[in-house]
Design a protein around this ligand. Structure first.
Ligand code: AVJ
Length: 304
């Protein structure tokens, strides 16, 4: 199994050091991400919410009756509520999150707001090969709700694989998915490098976790948050840049980090409607509807 320890040791052992961005999300990291979503610079969350609310009836029509809605990486569960009351007899809502502690704290709120909709909250890493923590039957109207442009964290190949997996493993009939769009670089970069420094804290949370959970000895003050736009790959990359030569010790393994060396911590791919369509088709899905805001900052799609 790929544990946090294994992946961190592997990631630091590489010439181009990197961590998987899923490790941001312990309880603390999930809280920090919640703060990011209300920053002025971070346009995706509010824009996507607006799209979901403007088109909730059309979305409900796509979803159809008696849906079982599964949300991988559900986080604060704030988006499903936007269109839930527009749905025709939704059967069940299954939010999944890598931080069980966080999602279990969040779900009572949902129960209060929607007492008539059964919710089955699970701590589950949707990128793992572990078997699903719930029973599923392909005769059900299974809908995957995957907002937030979480798909953007995957490399292209992984994104295709994941979309395929939603059919083969999750038995999805349709997918409602949020995808961030390519736009001017300034807007993109400031969304990932905010003035208040919340994104910097979020990025460094991974170092903090290494220290507390893996007995690491990283001096957090020696690392600087940076966000750059990779033009050829059309993605924001977050990195942690060391300002001095230093060493990292983790349970008997020692790593030497040079001044100005960077640890790559996240990719956030941006798409055009066309490049997203190509990706979707490669995975055997078709776009049935696309909804965007008037500034074309963000997109929501129904795949079938
Ligand atoms: C939760 C993956 C959609 O990529 O925009 C926010 C995470 N990272 N700020 C994104 C994130 C830095 C976010 N996703």
């Amino acid at each position: 199994m790929k544990t946090f320890l294994n992946e961190v040791l592997m990631g630091l052992g590489k010439r181009n050091k990197k961590f998987n961005s899923k490790w941001f999300y312990d309880y603390k990291g999930s809280k920090l991400f919640e703060q990011i979503t209300s920053l002025d610079e971070y346009y995706p969350t509010r824009t996507e919410k607006k799209i979901l609310s403007t088109y909730k009836n059309e979305i409900a029509k796509e979803i159809g009756a008696n849906a079982i809605i599964i949300e991988p990486g559900a986080g604060d569960i704030k988006k499903i509520g936007i269109f839930l009351n527009s749905l025709n007899k939704p059967k069940k809502y299954i939010p999944l999150d890598i931080s069980e502690e966080y999602i279990k704290k969040i779900s009572p709120n949902f129960k209060k707001k929607f007492p008539n909709i059964p919710i089955d909250t699970k701590g589950y890493d949707f990128t793992s090969s572990m078997k699903l923590p719930f029973k599923i039957s392909s005769s059900e109207n299974i809908i995957i709700f995957f907002p937030g442009s979480t798909l953007g964290n995957f490399e292209k190949k992984e994104a295709v694989q994941f979309l395929k997996l939603l059919k083969s493993k999750f038995k999805a009939k349709k997918i409602i998915i949020g995808v961030d769009l390519i736009k001017d670089i300034k807007t993109l970069i400031s969304a990932y490098d905010d003035k208040k420094g919340i994104t910097a804290k979020f990025n460094k949370n991974i170092l903090k976790r290494i220290n507390t959970e893996l007995d690491g000895d990283i001096n957090l003050g020696l690392y600087k948050h940076i966000a750059v736009f990779n033009k050829s790959k059309k993605r924001i990359e977050m990195r942690l840049k060391s300002i001095k030569n230093n060493t990292i010790n983790i349970r008997g393994s020692k790593f030497v980090i040079k001044k100005n060396e960077e640890i790559h911590t996240e990719n956030s791919h941006k798409y055009s409607i066309r490049s997203f369509k190509n990706l979707v088709n490669e995975a055997g899905w078709k776009i049935s509807t696309t909804w965007v805001d008037d500034k074309k900052l963000f997109s929501v799609h129904c795949l079938k």
